[in-house]
Design a protein around this ligand. Structure first.
Ligand code: ADP
Ligand code: MG
Length: 349
């Protein structure tokens, strides 16, 4: 399907670990002045700074977090970086450096690792982040990738999950549910391909969904927009597991309740039409789908005029007293309790 069909296949063992690291890192051009020393010594060095330092890490395992039969390696590298940068932006910070550690089985060629790193390097370039180190080792089975991102924010700018107050407005960037549907489309194509290897993937009607699954973008732009609008969210989180579970995190950590309005949830037209085709509820997909990497945050009501009408932002509800609980107000104006269902809950088998 989408696999790299390159001709040459160079065994990684023919280079050895040190040559491989050189090969993967020799084109790096340092972009941040806070990076004093990147790849090449026992440690990387980052300038001592007066700002708060933000650190986040993610571990991705083949067969658990990604499936290489429909995830091209370049996209995997890009997405693995996005997942981490998204966490930095969710603190209202800026990302400056990453480290990348990989474990590879002998199934992977140098060309395959090059593809992975081309996505990592592209993400670094697009987001102005330096790759400053990592580790490389072998695995008996499959691929593992662990990325750590390092960022910073002024102490007074950091936004925690815990700052929401009753009455604050609940706001989300972009639209929801597309990445989950993109995964469903790719899974379906994979099954068709397994039955008939000559089948061409039919993805034209799902281009946005597939793009959101394979090439998510972390919302660095939203952090900038909020700063330009002079809006500091009272709480914030990024949407990796689905809207309902992230709302419940904000509620729990801020000790507040919430009313989320079903008719306010932003959905792309392709999400709506594909949900109709697959006969699933677009609200369920948005609530439980996950991997959208949008930012979910709360703002004081007095900030509403500043964000009103912004095409990147949708007000989807408001926070309430903790005793009111976390609720979904349906289109039929029924109040039902929000429950945390990760995307696993959507699996029918
Ligand atoms: P050490 O033996 O001290 O762990 P390594 O030989 O593993 O050193 O790494 C040498 C340099 O290459 C270090 O700067 C390390 O951070 C960097 N490095 C190792 N693996 C990777 C990788 N997969 N991606 C980026 N940098 C790496
Ligand atoms: Mg090492």
């Amino acid at each position: 399907m989408l696999e790299n069909k390159g001709e040459s296949r160079t065994a990684i063992s023919s280079l050895g670990e040190f040559k491989l690291i050189d090969h993967l890192t020799d084109q790096i051009v340092i972009q941040n002045k806070s990076t004093i020393k990147g790849v090449g010594d026992d440690c990387a060095i980052i300038e001592n700074r007066s700002n708060e330092i933000l650190i986040t890490t993610d571990l991705l395992i083949e067969g658990v977090h990604f499936d290489l039969s429909y995830m091209p390696l370049k996209h995997l590298g890009y997405k693995a970086v996005m997942v981490n940068l998204s966490d930095i932006y969710a603190m209202n910070g800026s990302a400056n450096q990453i480290t990348v550690s990989i474990a590879l089985s002998n199934r992977f060629t140098l060309e395959a690792v090059d593809e992975l790193y081309s996505g990592i390097h592209l993400a670094c370039k697009n987001y102005n982040v330096d790759l400053i180190g990592g580790d490389t080792t072998s695995s008996t089975k499959g691929m593992l990738i662990s990325i750590t991102a390092i960022g910073e924010a002024k102490k007074e700018d950091v936004v925690y999950r815990s700052g929401a107050k009753s009455g604050d407005l609940l706001v989300v960037s972009g639209d929801l549910g597309a990445a989950y549907l993109g995964l469903q489309v790719l899974e379906r194509e994979k099954q068709v391909f397994q039955v008939n290897p000559n089948a061409q993937p039919e993805l034209d009607n799902y281009s946005y969904l597939v793009e959101r699954q394979l090439k998510p973008e972390a919302r660095k732009d939203i952090v900038k927009i909020l700063s330009e609008l002079n809006v500091k969210p009272t709480s914030m989180i990024d949407i990796s597991d689905g809207l309902s579970s992230e709302i419940l995190h904000l509620c729990k950590q801020s000790k507040v309740g919430c009313n989320l309005y079903e008719d306010k949830i932003p959905l792309d037209q392709q999400v709506i039409s594909t949900c109709e085709e697959f006969n699933i509820s677009s609200t369920t997909v948005a609530l439980s789908g996950g991997e959208d990497y949008e930012l979910l945050f709360t703002i004081d009501q007095s900030d509403f005029p500043k964000i009103k009408g912004n095409p990147n932002l949708s007000v989807i509800g408001h926070m309430a007293e903790e005793s009111e609980g976390a609720n979904l107000i349906t289109r039929a104006n029924q109040k039902i309790e929000l429950i945390a269902q990760g995307w696993n809950a959507l699996e029918t088998d």
